[in-house]
Design a protein around this ligand. Sequence first.
Ligand code: BES
Ligand code: MN
Ligand code: ZN
Length: 466
Amino acid sequence: MEIKVVENAKAIESDILVVSMFEDEKTSVELANTYALEQDNFKGKFSETYLLPTYGKEVFKKVLVLGLGKRAEFNQDKMREAVAKAIKKAMQMEAKKVAFSLDGIDFDYSEQFAMGAFIADYTFDKYKSEKKDNKVQEVYVQANADLVNKAEKIAAAMTFARNLANEPAQFATPTELAAIACDLGLETQVYNREDCEKMGMGAFLAVARGSSQEPKFIHMRYQVDNPKKRIAIIGKGITFDSGGLDIKPPSSMLTMKDDMSAAACILGVMSIIKEFHPQVEVHGLIAACENMPGCSAYKPGDILTAKNGKTIEVDNTDAEGRLTLADALCYACELGVDEVIDLATLTGACMVALGTQASGIMGNDETLVKNLIDTAKRSGERFWELPLWEEYFDSLKSDIADMKNTGSRWGGASTAGVFLQKFVKDVKWAHIDIAGTAFLEKPQKEFIKGATGAGVRTLLNYILEQ
Ligand code: BES
Ligand code: MN
Ligand code: ZN
């Protein structure tokens, strides 16, 4: 889909002209006012639509009146959701050219307008033998071209991440993720099992042991001269989480190809970063492996030594993400960066707490956490802070090692957070649990089922705003 900024969307020959309408207000299109509003009592409630034919009398074949709800309640999130609704309608009608008349809507909304259109236009039909030809090809709109342009790039990164997370685990293997990273045109190092052994990544490698897939530790760098800041972003990269020997029941395992959604997010961000030329140094890190119960699998009771020398008693092999992140965090802290931000589909507990509506965020620096929450909000995502009180470590105490990898069932997202904190040294750090937001089991707002690209928008905007 391409968004074309035009002087007058109503003058474009289109399959559909979408006309926005605030609740109980008139639109700028007479046809819409006469039929929708006056004759059919269409109120323009948020997200409601009304379709009108034009019988060849206009340059647009149909008019779709799009309700925006009350003007006073309208905001950027509603902009995104409303345009997504119109695009979905257009896709159902197999309309190829869609013009938008957004009279009375400020150009400040252009970015979220475009985000909504691009997010809604997403499909994953790679493995369908018969593909539907339902994508909108051209969108015409009066808007701020720079903002549309920015949204196009961010959306491309999201699509990149969504495609990867939707890809079955049989294809999106650690080796494949490494190959993709190497193709991004950045300076990239890939460490194999032996390299990781030399670096002392005993926690990460233990998780990888039960699988025939070779683990890969991926380090991508975006560098500039005299950077304003140095940031490391880490993404959990479990390409499949069976639970390991503490195997998951079938219903919980079903979506576990998505356990590399955070890695996909990092790859998405790194795939587009050069195009924005931010004056920030960014390190993208992924410890990629599978968590499988093969005959060499790590076992409950095993004691692992992480890169920083700390020992971990394995309490549950299904708490594998924090083990891989432990070594990745140690590696990141050795880079001498100013900030470390990790993302992970880490805990079912976070999903229980926040559902699919928000990601959990924790950290050791109030300003960093607050800035990320604010950036998320402006980007169209939701981050919600969860506590990192030291008391959560109580249940992680081990009789024979420095800690266990799991403790109490209660407050599981925070327990995982304090576990990770043990591997963070002398750096500002934030941890974002995207377990609930990364992958949808039913459509939600502008998203279809499946991967959402959680974190991509926020991380990119955060980097761009430094
Ligand atoms: N990848 C899962 C977390 C998860 C669950 C993500 C549901 C998305 C949806 C993680 O590795 C895991 O298995 N966590 C366990 C931890 C437990 C053993 C302490 C969980 O949350 O049940
Ligand atoms: Mn697990
Ligand atoms: Zn997992």
